[in-house]
Design a protein around this ligand. Structure first.
Ligand SMILES: C[S@@+](CC[C@H](N)C(=O)[O-])C[C@H]1O[C@@H](n2cnc3c(N)ncnc32)[C@H](O)[C@@H]1O
Length: 257
């Protein structure tokens, strides 16, 4: 076995099975913690990632979209009312069960949740305008990413886009284990370019550690009306004291070369 294992599908499946069974809701994908204060932090992480996704995805009403690694459908449900059709794809049957159950309640009939194992099967047979990943590439090894990218290429419309809101290291280091791979943006760029994609935009969207999250931790959830203001705080402080940044959620827009 390699000294630096990259994420394995079996380990990731196991991780999310236990999170899905423990939380049964969106906390299963925001973090795996049972601690109250981390659930409190999840409120702002949910808000910031939602806002960042909408800012960069720019959904249009005719769009056919894939939410790759949709989990419990946290963001699928946010994007669905703004587009023509959205497919939520995930490898975890337990998370998809939560997503489908929610859709039985909210009845959004332009959503389809599908289980996918990209190593073995293809993407659904549709042409799509955009595919997005939020916190998902971090679980996908270079090997699986190399399998996935040509499959995306074959189905993405010629003017289509890949949008990422993904954790990337602030420096050039790589941190990886058998559940998570945190790449540098150079590393990510290389893989996409090798597969004939072009990075059209790459910029930090959420700083870690984050000033906005630090403020949120000092107040309680009844102050949720401050979340839009904290999103502005996050944007304004992204570049502050960059040497103390461990990683960012980067917003990345990728097009076909
Ligand atoms: C941190 S969660 C994010 C979920 C969702 N994007 C969100 O932001 O709410 C990561 C998701 O990636 C999914 N995932 C990990 N590896 C995958 C793979 N190889 N294929 C499809 N989904 C995968 C996990 O099951 C999990 O739902």
């Amino acid at each position: 076995m390699s000294e630096n294992p990259q994420p394995s599908i079996e380990k990731v499946l196991k991780l999310y099975k236990s999170r899905a069974e423990f939380h049964g809701d969106e906390n299963a994908v925001l973090d795996g913690s049972i601690l109250h204060d981390l659930k409190h932090t999840n409120i702002i992480i949910d808000y910031l990632t939602r806002r960042a996704l909408l800012d960069y995805l720019k959904p249009k009403k005719d769009d056919v979209i894939i939410d790759f690694g949709c989990g419990v459908g946290r963001l699928t449900f946010v994007v669905a009312p703004k587009v023509s059709k959205i497919y939520g794809l995930d490898i975890s049957p337990e998370l998809l069960m939560i997503a489908r159950k929610k859709n039985q309640e909210v009845k959004m009939n332009n959503i389809e949740f599908l289980q996918i194992d990209i190593e073995k099967f293809d993407l659904p047979e549709i042409q799509f305008d955009k595919i997005f990943f939020v916190g998902t590439l971090v679980h996908i090894s270079d090997h699986v990413l190399e399998i996935l990218l040509p499959k995306i290429k074959a189905r993405l419309k010629s003017n289509g886009k890949i949008i990422l809101i993904e954790y990337l290291k602030a420096d050039k280091s790589l941190s990886q284990n058998n559940e998570v791979i945190m790449r540098s943006h150079e590393h990510l760029k290389n893989i996409f370019e090798k597969n004939k994609f072009k990075i059209a935009l790459l910029k930090p969207a959420i700083r870690m550690p984050s000033y906005a999250i630090t403020i949120w931790k000092k107040i309680n959830a009844s102050f949720s009306f401050l979340l839009p203001f904290l999103y502005l705080v996050e944007k304004a402080t992204l570049k502050r004291k960059s040497k103390f940044v461990d990683y960012y959620y980067y917003a990345v827009e990728i097009i076909m070369d």
